[in-house]
Write a protein that binds this ligand. Sequence first.
Ligand code: AMP
Ligand code: MG
Length: 342
Amino acid sequence: MLRGNVGRIAAAGHCDVVPATPEAVLKAALLIRNGGLVAFPTETVYGLGSHASDDEAVLSLFAAKGRPYWNPLIVHVDSIVSATALVDLEERSLVLARENWPGPLTIVARRRSGCSVSRLATAGLETLAVRVPDHPVALALLTTLGSPIVAPSANLSGLTSPTTAAHVADSLSKVVDLILDGGSCRVGLESTVIDLSGPHAILLRPGGVTTEKIEKLIGPLALAGSRTESAYRSPGMLTRHYAPGRPLRLNAHDVRPGEVLLGFGRVPGATLNLSQQADVEEAAANLFHMLRALDRPDVTAIAVSPVPSLGLGGAINDRLRRAAADNAESVGYSSTRLVPRL
Ligand code: AMP
Ligand code: MG
């Protein structure tokens, strides 16, 4: 791949946060074309993007986030047709893609022979995770570049995901080349990840598309059974993640000394409230932003009111459980519904 003198500008400490105008999107595409790293808005959270086929850029992306190399990246494309150049999308995948793309659904499918995506980006797996983001800036960037972009969330690995350009700048301004500012992310939670590379459709991560909606389209989802199997199927799923600097206490009905309460619904004493109306979509959009706002030195712990596991509530509780987990603890997704376990 050709490299110009753009690329690692940020290594010298100059990272611009710019409104995502068409000129800025073109600049961003050129930076990526030349091996650079660009943070950009999607409907889920801000992504940190590099060219999907550029080994060196992919390595610098892992390094910038401090992300373990064994945790594969999601490949972003501009259309179903572009996705089919990379992976085999069988019937169930096409049904899901037609109904949900662009949108917060990631499909894991078998990699096609001749697929150009860097093996480093996919941790050497024979499968690849792909999605079409539902954000005009992300789509403009993809079509301007004319190639897939690999993009994990634009935050240091394991910490709270960014839903504004300012969040990205807080932790990554020294290591990215450009941050495109497209305002707050509409959904506020990462994509749902479904593995369709084998005979069973497996929920690897609950997210922006509800499991109810997916099951209406393709029937019941299975869960990866054991921790070992989950780790094998989706290496990034088990560790502590999304975590603020203070401990979280979940399902809290009171506020203890030194704590602040992150409320849900009409609860008294909340410092911030995910949704006064008890609306899980509003709560999802507020979750990471509010966790960051309460992550203050004067706070001993963040207590969080119970959130029902309905609709996006399932994904919210998944993120809260992982954020609350001890470092050493592994967290598998567990559903409140009865689902077949593999
Ligand atoms: P993130 O980039 O943090 O949004 O996380 C993406 C998630 O997708 C990680 O947990 C990865 O483990 C998972 N993932 C990416 N590629 C694959 C794949 N080929 N097979 C299974 N899981 C994947
Ligand atoms: Mg992430």
